[in-house]
Design a binder for this molecule. Structure first.
Ligand code: SF4
Length: 374
């Protein structure tokens, strides 16, 4: 497939960040132009291909048509294809959520040629002038290749938030995982984008360095974020699936899989070492154990450390109940441990399925992988 292919209809990519649940999704490119990270399987088997500005504008037209239908400004018709159904659904969902934000898919949409991107942004703004925010996943090396002037223009056209997969600030792990960027590149990209008026959301992946590099990963990641002071820091715990390349490192013994309790310990060290920044920290990813871990720095740092400590200081039996409760979707936050209906339900599952100290790590790992496509 290449740029010259004719329009294939409205398209949706496979993923978006949890915080973009209310955004209109528009596909700028298919797959990931890098697609080499050993901890990521989202786009394996999806050949990267850009979409033309012309095709993306057709997607925008289709969403506009359905928005107008739902707002009584257009005569309704039956959707003509799967893509048309998706555009119809997307328009309906977007109206319900206020039509304020748009998320550009798939990975690293800023790879699009800058003139094409400007064309799409201008058209989107003309079509839906009420939009307040357009966001995308962005790789640090690509940000660094764009001029500050270009980034500023994107921000003016409301492409004003980048979700960056920092993952870790540790150079050894970044290299081992074939992330394709260094700690320094990540620092420069974050600072550059923010200087151009773009908000930054950095994802941190605790657990990725195994037990062996947990401490260094926490400290180096905190160091990057202390230098960037991003608007948002989001935690997304590592899930270790057998189909991921990094699984080899765990099989060979190079790295050891940390369990949930150890991962929370890494997160504690990380939080403790965030200094002098004003970021909002969030833990809103389904893969995280402590979803209630959120707050604004610096004022909420002690509160967040308190949440972590509440978990770490629980008797092991209670920790296990909560871990399993979270992974089964029975429990949402630590308060649920006081709910006897929920705790009894988890205990019953443990009994029926013979889950105990000897196999709980394995069970939790398996449930974690089931929670999302990796
Ligand atoms: S983590 Fe991001 S950059 Fe790396 S392969 Fe996955 S989508 Fe591409």
């Amino acid at each position: 497939m290449n740029k010259t292919d004719s329009y294939l209809g409205f398209e949706l990519g496979p993923i978006r960040p949890p915080s973009e649940a209310y955004s209109l999704l528009l596909r700028i490119n298919r797959g990931c132009g890098w697609n080499k990270c050993r901890f990521c399987g989202f786009y394996r088997g999806v050949p990267f291909s850009p979409r033309s500005a012309e095709d993306i504008k057709k997607d925008i037209d289709l969403v506009k048509y359905w928005v107008d239908v739902f707002q009584g400004k257009e005569v309704s018709r039956q959707p003509k294809s799967e893509g048309d159904y998706e555009a119809c659904y997307m328009a309906h969902h977007w109206i319900q959520s206020g039509m304020r934000s748009v998320f550009f898919q798939d990975a690293n949409s800023i790879l699009m040629n800058p003139d094409g991107m400007i064309e799409v942004l201008e058209y989107l703004n003309q079509t839906f002038p009420q939009i307040q925010r357009i966001t995308t996943y962005a790789r640090s090396d690509t940000i660094n290749r764009l001029s500050e002037e270009r980034l500023r223009r994107y921000a003016q056209l409301k492409l004003n938030r980048f979700h960056i997969g920092l993952e870790t600030g540790n150079d050894y792990i970044l290299k081992l995982m074939r992330k394709g960027v260094t700690k320094q590149v990540q620092i420069e990209a974050g600072i550059k984008a923010m200087k151009a008026g773009i908000e930054i959301n950095e994802f941190y992946m605790p657990g990725m360095g195994g037990r062996e590099y947990a401490r260094q990963s926490a400290l180096d990641t905190a160091d990057v974020l202390n230098q960037v002071n991003p608007n948002f820091i989001r935690i997304r715990s590592m899930a270790l699936a057998e189909n991921l390349e990094m699984y080899e490192d765990y099989k060979s013994g190079l790295l050891t899989r940390p369990n949930d309790i150890e991962t929370i310990g890494e997160i504690r060290l990380f939080l403790e070492n965030l200094h002098g920044i004003t970021s909002v920290v969030d833990s809103d990813h389904i893969l995280n154990i402590l979803l209630e871990l959120r707050g604004k720095l610096p004022e909420d740092k002690d509160k967040m450390l308190g949440i972590v400590d509440r978990f770490l200081e629980l008797p092991q039996e209670q920790q296990n109940i909560f871990r399993l409760g979270r992974r089964l979707g029975i429990m949402g936050n630590l308060r649920d441990l006081k709910n006897t209906v929920l705790t009894d339900k988890v205990k019953e599952t443990m009994e029926k399925s013979s889950i105990d100290e000897s196999n709980i790590d394995m069970v939790c790992d398996k449930l974690m992988i089931r929670a999302i496509p990796i």
